[in-house]
Write a new protein. Structure first.
Length: 264
């Protein structure tokens, strides 16, 4: 997957806020760089017909380091928005585990995660109140990706973000498949009722601000490829097997359950 560098003028407030935890970000950049390489190797193996991820791909198997864990906890507090009524989130606001996904709608591996892994995570962990998923539009493939991202945000203004999100990822779509009229057709199929408002919102300053907020956050963390994830601050990169995410969620939930007792 291609790499992307942040625009020189990226100075929005979300990035400045993340600068306060510079040590955490430096660590995450390093971990993400390793995870990207591991993730690509795993994905290539899967495409070649082989199965199974290397042991290092599972965050839950990383040796516990209290100082490192504190850094991940700090990062989780900075990146897990937990906003009331966030249309790009699913799950309880106070869920003990938050998975933040940085993704592009032209990314085939992002689609793989959406089709294969996300439904299992929702069924097993979101519905049980353990997990919250927060989506970030991190566009790296240019204008068509940005248009699709704005369309997903516009659908969210009518409560249909996840329906259009899943439709966009139902198969790999690139280029003209993400033209405005095509997006309007997908929005209609996804249950968006006011298509005039949808077109207006898609081109609005609000959509631009929302995309910039997500991109600034990702660039501030050193995200370079999609999909990239944070699970309570711990990085995971690529469309890893579902069991890797399940183990990471369960480990994060177990750590979260220990915190009240540790603070007594």
């Amino acid at each position: 997957m291609p790499k992307s560098t942040p625009p020189a003028a990226t100075t929005a407030s979300p990035t400045r806020k993340l600068a306060a935890v510079g040590a955490v970000i430096a660590l995450v950049v390093a971990v993400l760089a390793i995870a990207v390489a591991v993730g690509k190797a795993v994905e290539e193996d899967r495409d070649g017909g082989r199965t199974g991820a290397p042991e290092a791909a599972a965050p839950g198997r990383v040796q516990e380091d209290p100082a490192q864990q504190k850094m991940f906890d700090d990062l989780a507090r900075k990146t897990s928005r937990r906003e009331d009524g966030d249309p790009l989130a699913v799950g309880k606001k106070d869920a003990p585990v938050v998975l933040v996904e940085y993704a592009d709608y032209q990314c085939s591996f992002c689609g793989r995660f959406t089709r294969e892994t996300q439904p299992e995570l929702i069924k097993k962990y979101v519905d049980a109140g353990t997990l919250r998923i927060e989506f970030r539009n991190f566009t790296i493939y240019g204008a068509d990706s940005e248009r699709a991202a704005r369309a997903s945000w516009a659908a969210g203004q009518q409560g249909r973000f996840w329906q259009l999100h899943d439709e966009l990822y139902a198969k790999t779509r690139k280029g003209e498949a993400l033209a405005e009229d095509e997006l309007v057709d997908m929005a209609r199929a996804s249950g968006v009722r006011d298509l005039g408002k949808f077109r207006t919102d898609l081109k609005s300053a609000g959509a631009e601000r929302a995309l910039k907020r997500d991109q600034d956050e990702g660039y501030g963390l050193g995200v370079q490829s999609t999909p990239s994830f944070l699970i309570n601050g711990r990085p995971v990169s690529g469309a890893q097997p579902t069991e890797v995410f399940a183990e990471a969620v369960e480990d994060a939930a177990a750590r979260a359950a220990k915190k009240p007792a540790a603070g007594k």
